[in-house]
Ligand binder design. Structure first.
Ligand SMILES: [Zn+2]
Length: 386
């Protein structure tokens, strides 16, 4: 940050100000290099080798007010979030610049309500200046198809910074942008939920979390089949194999020993279970892919089968219903209960076959005498890589 401040005084303060309006755009600014370039008139995003960067002319920066500087940073980060850089194959570069800027500025001014000075407003391209309606939320390609060539030429003669972006062709910047978005916090990713990269990263994270949970369950199943009581010992004495990003994958032995097993899930339907459904579904799919059969139930004071998705009920929680449900059809290798634990003490037959996963802010008092783990043990998020 010190280097950044050296080239661009108050950049840190501007990013903090931007954070108040958009955590995601501020996050992008924090995760890509911002470099001085006197060879351009204003500012741009571009790629250099395999990395993405923002370049700003220091003199241009020096002339701007703090609000305008914040606007410029947001503008460049927005291009990244929407992947403007690598889109629009087959269109003339300058048209893409005009269309991308119209969309970007429209969003920043009308949706994000960022302040900018009348002087800067006069220079920037908006939807209105290309003859389209403000706030129309169109794609860059759509705007290009609607724009008249003469309008475009006129825009370019008016605005110095419409011609700055270096478009590099379809897909070429994708990997770099994905890398930047992956480093954002969940709140930052949520904030730029409109970005296709944010959607992708969330899906990717969901898959990671689901695979991790399935792998942990398979390891316990395999250890259980070996008749080892203390399965933690079994799994932790040797170095587990690691896939990228800290994902532990089970050994071939473990997968083989777990195949053919039957796992039953009981999801406590009280309100705090919200948000686990997709991860659980991902986990059950992953188990099925590994030849493990799965049945899914949700419960409150009674047990209900899940047709497809897990359902959400409400009301009280009573573990006696799952205990008697399991006892009445005991052909399973593991029963996994996801609960906040707020219910009277649980008693089940064959407690060694049960795994209790306690959700965040839950309590293990009711199940502490059995095998229980915090839910993050199974559904573990990837550590942000750097
Ligand atoms: Zn731009």
């Amino acid at each position: 940050m010190r280097e950044l401040e050296y080239a661009f005084p108050s950049a840190g303060a501007c990013i903090s100000r931007l954070h108040m309006r958009s955590k995601g755009l501020a996050g992008i600014c924090r995760h890509i290099p911002i470099l001085p370039n006197s060879g351009i008139e204003t500012a741009r995003v571009c790629t250099s080798g395999r990395s993405l960067r923002m370049e700003i002319n220091p003199e241009f920066w020096g002339r701007l007010s703090e609000h305008d500087r914040t606007f410029i940073l947001a503008h460049e980060a927005f291009h990244i979030a929407l992947g403007h850089l690598g889109r629009g194959r087959g269109y003339p570069q300058q048209m893409m610049n005009v269309a991308a800027d119209a969309i970007t500025n429209d969003w920043l001014i009308h949706r994000l309500a960022l302040d900018l000075s009348p002087q800067l407003l006069e220079q920037v391209i908006t939807m209105e200046t290309v003859g389209l309606e403000n706030g129309s939320a169109l794609s860059m390609e759509h705007v290009m198809s609607q724009m008249k060539f003469e309008t475009c030429v006129q825009m370019l003669s008016m605005s110095t910074w419409a011609s700055e972006h270096a478009f590099i062709g379809e897909g070429l910047a994708d990997e770099q942008i994905r890398g930047v978005v992956r480093r954002l916090t969940p709140a930052e990713i949520q904030d730029i939920g409109w970005s296709p990269y944010a959607v992708e990263v969330r899906k990717d994270e969901l898959q990671h979390v689901s695979m991790h949970a399935a792998a942990e369950i398979m390891r316990l199943l395999a250890a259980g089949r070996h008749g080892r009581r203390n399965c933690q010992q079994h799994t932790w004495i040797r170095e587990p194999r690691r896939m990228s990003d800290g994902l532990l994958i089970p050994d071939a032995d473990e997968v083989k020993n777990a195949s053919g097993c039957h796992v039953r899930f009981y999801l406590d339907s009280s309100g705090s279970m919200n948000g686990f459904e997709d991860m659980l579904l991902g986990c059950t799919e992953e188990l099925k892919r590994n030849d493990i059969s799965v049945s899914k139930f949700w419960f409150d004071t009674r047990v209900h089968p899940c047709e497809n998705r897990f359902m959400s009920g409400g009301g009280g929680t009573d573990f006696r219903c799952i205990a008697s449900h399991a006892a009445s059809s005991p052909r399973f290798d593991m029963a996994v209960v996801i609960t906040d634990g707020y219910a009277p003490r649980a008693e089940v037959q064959n407690a060694s076959k049960w795994l209790w996963l306690i959700t965040e802010n839950g309590s293990h008092h009711a199940v502490g005498h059995m095998r229980w783990k915090p839910i993050s043990w199974a559904f573990r998020k990837r550590k942000a890589s750097n």
